[in-house]
Design a protein. Structure first.
Length: 308
DNA sequence: AATGGACCTGCCGTC
DNA sequence: GCGCGCAGGTCCATT
């Protein structure tokens, strides 16, 4: 669809909704920049992002999180996992170990988001051997180059995350050129072809399966290993017990669990083992604990936690 | 089952 | 400004 075929709107004309989430329960700045989502930007005291085909603007007023969205029908409460009792969980977790307690204190209001599973599939397949600034650039370029236009708002055009079909049809020099995917261009193309043969139901059906099964079956997709599968489980399918173990989290795991992890490097077996140890220590929302520990480790707040 | 290496570049801490 | 570099890994070949 050409970009002049979508509506021209103004934020002042869009209705406002509100959720009872104050800064202690939801901190947009931390949540949107900690490496689980890549399309939110601060704009004049608010945050604007595109998620699941909706343009969303949100800001906080006292104990409330206010929001606008186009097209209407965006379920912000679901997106923010608002029914997860962050305060209660955090209170229960502080005693598990001083490291998680430190991370909880350092980043109050960090929430795990429930994002669109298809977007998560391609986003985290893209994220391999990369880092947050670069992933952000890749995701935003892809949306700018291949995303369907949704609307103009206050003179700016917003585009959706590219569909699998659009990624599959994209010329190779577009993926490697302006989007700077590097070797990931091949990965994305292969994954898009594989996914297009199955369709969206393949992903959404997994959300109804037990975590272990979903995690295993996701890895049937090319370019999806154990870590990307866990990102999908946690960020896209709502499995709070999924613990993505990347390089940072592996360092944390070695510090926490020491000799219980038999190898120095992350292997298929130790990946499983580390995840189980996290779940043992932090319970059914171990994925939330991972998110706090990952962000703390990445920003250098866990300097004292060295592997034995 | 556990390494070792390749794969594309932009960051970023370190010489 | 670089860099036997490293980064939210995965895949494949060897041992």
């Amino acid at each position: 669809m050409p970009s002049d075929a979508v509506p021209h709107l103004r934020w002042t004309d869009l209705p406002v909704a509100a959720l009872p989430l104050g800064p202690d329960l939801f901190d947009p700045a931390v949540t949107f920049t900690c490496g689980q989502t890549f399309r939110w930007e601060p704009v004049e005291g608010a945050w604007i992002g595109v998620a699941g085909g909706h343009i969303v603007r949100l800001w906080q007023e006292g104990r409330w999180t206010c929001s606008q969205a186009y097209p209407p029908g965006f379920d912000l409460a679901r997106y923010l996992w608002a029914d997860f009792d962050l305060a209660g969980w955090a209170a229960a977790m502080r005693s598990r170990d001083p490291w998680l307690a430190m991370a909880l204190a350092a980043f109050p209001g960090l929430r795990v988001l429930r994002q669109d599973p298809e977007e998560m599939l391609f986003t985290f397949a893209l994220a391999t051997a990369s880092h947050v600034p670069r992933i952000t650039h890749m995701v935003r370029s892809l949306a700018a180059q291949l995303g369907a236009p949704i609307a103009w708002i206050d003179g700016r055009l917003y585009r959706a995350f590219p569909t699998a079909e659009a990624l599959l049809a994209a010329p190779d020099d577009l993926l490697t050129g302006p989007c700077n995917l590097g070797y990931r261009a091949r990965v994305i193309r292969r994954l898009a072809a594989w996914y297009c043969e199955r369709g969206r139901a393949w992903l959404s059906d997994l959300a109804a399966r037990p975590y272990a099964e979903a995690h295993r079956r996701l890895q049937e997709a090319p370019g999806v290993g154990p870590k990307v599968a866990d990102c999908l489980c946690l960020f896209g399918l709502g499995f709070a017990e999924a613990v993505p173990i990347d390089a940072q989290t592996w360092k944390v795991a070695r510090g926490l669990f020491g000799s219980a992890l038999p190898t120095r490097t992350l292997t298929a077996r130790t990946y499983r083992l580390a995840g189980d140890l996290f779940r043992q220590r932090y319970g059914p929302a171990a994925g939330w604990a991972q998110e706090y520990l990952y962000h703390a480790a990445r920003t250098g707040r866990l300097a004292g936690l060295a592997a034995r």
